[in-house]
Design a protein around this ligand. Sequence first.
Ligand code: HEC
Ligand code: HEC
Length: 164
Amino acid sequence: MRQWIVLAALCGLLSPFGASAQPAVPDVPFHDSLRGTTPLDEETKPPLIYPTENKDVIRGRAYAQQPPTIPHKIDGYQVDKNANRCLACHARSRAAESGAVPIGVTHYTDRAGATLGSLAPRRYFCTQCHVPQADTKPLVSNTFTDVEDIRLAPGSKPASSHKN
Ligand code: HEC
Ligand code: HEC
């Protein structure tokens, strides 16, 4: 508390307009996509965790380099410095037996572009990029459109001269 008083006093001293130059608090009710309307100095009631889907149905990807979502439960799968449970099924050497999609070649490429004989360290912690599937409402809206769904506006000319 004392630090705040000192800070407030300093701001008053340093500001050419004195205390009256405080930034105005915007006159709109506080709202945040994660916190809702809970004020910043209060704790939110955490929402229920959505149940993970376990349908084994591979979802389409929104764009070419999207890490695919995980179509099965991963509860209790150990991924730490001692063991990587995901590789027990997803390593190229295990895929034939497990029926899992083998990890792509990019997962064997290190940051210098060299292809390694085993998983690249930067791809070790799978859930950094891959998330399980759940039927959730997006926290923030977005207007992303797949490139294949982008249609030319009527009357505009295609960029290339290629004729179909
Ligand atoms: C017991 C074997 C097994 C384990 C362990 C396992 N998976 Fe899978 N995984 C599969 C199989 C089989 C599929 C194919 C779809 C299905 O049947 O669910 C799959 C599908 C996937 C896919 C979808 C691939 C695509 O092309 O869309 C991802 C991503 C994935 N798993 C990630 C993981 C991650 C991350 C872990 C560890 C946290 C993990 N898996 C652990 C068996 C496994
Ligand atoms: C740094 C992010 C990142 C990490 C970490 C990562 N992946 Fe991926 N993964 C991707 C991206 C991006 C793709 C899609 C493009 C590609 O194949 O590289 C992908 C693709 C895949 C696929 C589909 C391959 C295919 O050919 O369709 C599987 C299966 C997969 N990853 C499993 C894993 C597993 C298991 C791990 C942990 C051992 C892991 N990934 C770690 C980003 C990551």
